[in-house]
Design a protein around this ligand. Structure first.
Ligand code: R5P
Length: 285
């Protein structure tokens, strides 16, 4: 087997290749003046099994097209067995037709990958595990929460799920360290995107170490709104797998009472503490 490092890896390709001592072929790429992507596999690959590493972090559309170009090229070069390791799967949140006429974006993304020759995919915490059935081949989902819980030294924490979708993530995190879990209810306006907390369980947060656990932080609104309600907590920590934070949204989190933001390197970021997810991917390949 050989590893092909795509155009968006954040170093995870190198970490994996080093850990499992496989040859890493880095894809050559550039962008034409008109914005189109060029990619080239710079070496003749004899091996018939290839592990592509390509995350779909911003600019998502560019990285997605580059993954498609790469898959099709490898198939044409005679590779028969391709696994795509996608640490961050973009479009994962648009997994339903929430409003009439909407694209079910993740379905299209996964159908395309399969059609272009990926036999299997490995994804770190997609937005919903069910949506992965849109992929026609084998799927391996990496659950990062027990691993993340192990990496942090927490003192009798209270784990908070910021919405119904996050409940299973909070439970997976909490069960590793024997912590209690509570679930907040939130509603998002599908047109304006506005997030409203509709219910917070009656709880004494006083002097508790609160950990808000989610799959992704984007604008930070979900976590900030929850953090503002954790009155009297000793500290409030946000843990998310994928972080799309910019400076403004990171500051919004800090101003809401969050003292620490912990994320992984599925997406490059300079905001918060970053935990390397590569060892877990290696363990589960
Ligand atoms: C939504 O259900 C997700 O799990 C996240 O809670 C959400 O996408 C986070 O987005 P934001 O940081 O913009 O509130």
């Amino acid at each position: 087997m050989i590893i092909v490092g795509g155009t968006a890896t954040n170093g995870i390709d190198e970490n994996i290749a080093k850990a499992i001592q496989l040859k890493l072929v880095k894809v050559e790429h550039r962008v034409f003046p008109d914005g189109e992507s060029y990619i080239r596999v710079p070496e003749f690959i004899y091996d018939k099994d290839v592990l592509i590493i390509q995350s779909l972090y911003p600019p998502q559309n560019k990285h997605l097209v580059e993954l498609e170009l790469l898959l099709d090229t490898l198939v044409e070069l005679g590779i028969q067995n391709i696994t795509a390791v996608i640490p961050y799967l973009a479009y994962s949140r648009q997994n339903k037709r929430f409003r009439e006429g909407e694209a079910i974006s993740i379905k299209t993304v996964l159908k395309l990958m399969y059609a272009l020759g990926a036999k299997s995919i490995v994804v770190v915490e997609p937005h919903s595990y069910d949506e992965m059935t849109f992929f026609g081949g084998t799927v391996k989902i990496i659950d990062p929460f027990p691993y993340l819980a192990e990496q942090l030294s927490l003192n009798d924490p209270l784990v908070v799920a910021p919405d119904r979708g996050a409940k299973s993530r909070a439970l997976r995190f909490a069960s590793k360290i024997g912590a209690e879990v509570i679930e907040v209810q939130k509603e998002r306006d599908r047109v304006t995107g506005e997030v409203k907390i509709t219910n917070i369980p009656q709880f004494d947060f006083k002097e508790r170490e609160v950990i808000i656990v989610d799959d992704i932080i984007s604008t930070g609104t979900t976590i900030a709104n929850v953090a503002k309600n954790m009155m009297g907590a000793k500290k409030v920590i946000a843990v998310a797998v994928h972080s799309l934070l910019n400076e403004v949204n990171y500051n919004k989190l800090l101003q809401s009472g969050i003292s620490e933001v912990i994320v992984t390197n599925t997406i490059p970021t300079v905001y918060g503490k970053v935990i390397d997810i590569s060892p877990l991917i290696v363990q589960q390949l």
